[in-house]
Ligand binder design. Structure first.
Ligand code: TTP
Ligand code: MG
Ligand code: MG
Length: 433
């Protein structure tokens, strides 16, 4: 985009890039009313109604069969009469119209919007949808940075260019047109794979894109260039800058600065005096929409683990059955984590903490990566043979590392033939020993 572009055309028509940091198309994508929208997928009859998420299992809808029609009818909990200390995680836009919002006490929301439906939170479902929408985006634009459960930054600088075309040679209008086209493709892909809508902001950097994605929510698409900053960004509250929290905003207000524009027009030396050299300088740069941070492609998890501390210390001698059961459960939970997140691992580790708080760990690497509970338990059982078990046990944990993505493991397995699964070995927690 023109003002930020570092490319210059030199005589002879050769384009050279001056400073790649300013020559970018960065998107910020944020899902709309994320937890609530996931819930509406399973309860479509609630569409268009005020709904808040934040209840516990007692607020699970009850299902009954209508004797007349045989259809399943759900009974939902109304917010009115809510008593407790819960807070809203999120609210549908219909509930927001009554003033309900994230982090508000449910009792307060009940006064504002008594007819709203209250639903329990189901983090596993939200994590599942989070992975799905991120994978859908990655298939179009692989350079994504995780910024929480429902949002990502995406580097679109080189996405959707015509064959042979170079981003640095594009006119501002062509870059803007490409940004719209790619963003629409991403929004369609997210909707097709999840049934959910999102809002996207596209600008030359992460700071501006995070602001832009909110400008037209829900289902928004906003493309801004540097030329739009005075009209679109400066009127906004200084708090809209990611990094200016409530404390800084209060201090700014006390100094007579409410909007980003007022911040931009204040003397940078005065800002440094008030907020220190680095923060003052950053606030000045941010208010002018300048930000050089790169999109950091999401890092893979290094390890996954499950552990539990017992209510009382357990002895291998006296509590063998309980230990065996818990051991199996931990392996099953770990396998579920791997399957849900789409990973396999090769190094299985065991952690034991004794009643004297001494902790030991052992691990074992197996031939083929796995996400299978039985294979994990087998390897963990091997580890168990290498730890002293005379003392009572306070904590038991199972860990897996050497992770690879499911699809990479499948590709690797296709090249491997005839590696047998190791024999099952009973665990020291098991009866047969
Ligand atoms: P947000 O993206 O801030 O909010 P949202 O997706 O619900 O609504 P929108 O983006 O359309 O304004 O947060 C994403 C999810 O994170 C949200 O659905 C629930 C959760 N969350 C909390 O649990 N507590 C909070 O205080 C906030 C802000 C979000
Ligand atoms: Mg959101
Ligand atoms: Mg968000």
């Amino acid at each position: 985009m023109a003002i930020y572009r570092g490319a210059r055309t030199v005589p002879g028509g050769v384009s050279v890039t001056l400073g790649a940091m300013t020559d970018r198309l960065i998107a910020h994508l944020d899902m709309d009313a994320f937890y609530a929208s996931v819930e509406l997928l399973r309860y479509p009859e609630l569409r268009g109604r005020p709904v808040v998420i934040g209840g516990g299992s007692r607020h699970q809808p009850e299902e009954a069969t209508d004797p007349a029609t045989g259809a399943i009818v759900r009974r939902f909990t109304r917010l009115s009469g809510y008593a407790g200390r819960g807070v809203i995680t999120t609210a549908t836009y219909e509930a927001r119209a009554f003033g309900a919002h994230s982090a508000m006490a449910l009792m307060k929301a009940a006064r504002l919007c008594p007819d709203a439906v209250l639903l329990p939170t189901d983090f596993d479902a939200y994590r599942r949808y989070s992975r799905r929408f991120k994978d859908a985006v990655k298939a179009i634009a692989p350079q994504i940075e995780d910024n929480g459960i429902d949002e990502i930054y995406i580097d679109l600088t080189h996405i959707g260019l015509a064959p042979g075309a170079v981003a640095a040679d594009e006119t501002s209008a062509a870059a803007g047109e490409r940004a719209h086209r790619v963003a629409r493709a991403i929004k369609d892909a997210v909707r097709d794979t999840t049934g959910l809508s999102c809002s996207i902001g596209i600008t030359p950097n992460k700071l501006l894109s995070k602001i832009a994605s909110e400008l037209d929510k829900p289902d928004g698409l906003t493309v801004l260039t540097a030329a739009d900053i005075p009209s679109r960004v400066w009127p906004l509250s200084a708090r809209k800058i990611n990094g200016i929290g409530p404390k800084t905003a209060t201090r700014l207000e006390a100094l007579g600065i409410r909007t980003i524009g007022e911040l931009a027009h204040s003397d940078p030396a005065w800002l440094v005096e008030q907020f220190g050299a680095s923060r003052g300088a950053w606030m000045h740069q941010a208010s002018h929409g300048r930000d050089d941070r790169q999109v950091v492609t999401c890092s893979e998890p290094v390890t996954m683990s499950r552990e539990t501390t017992f209510e009382r210390d357990l002895s291998v001698e006296d509590d063998r059955d309980a230990l065996s059961e818990i051991f199996t459960e931990l392996c099953e939970e770990l396998a579920e984590d791997l399957q849900r997140k789409g990973y396999l691992g090769r190094t299985i580790g065991l952690k034991l903490r004794y009643c004297n708080f001494k902790t030991v760990t052992r691990d074992r690497t197996i031939a083929q990566p796995t996400q299978d509970a039985k294979a994990i338990r087998r390897a963990a059982s091997e580890c168990l043979k290498r730890v002293p078990l005379e003392r009572r046990i306070r904590l038991l944990g199972v860990r897996i590392s050497g992770l690879c993505r499911q699809e990479d493991a499948a590709a690797a397995a296709a090249h491997r033939v005839g590696e047998a699964d190791p024999e099952s070995t009973p665990s020291l927690f098991d009866r047969e020993l």
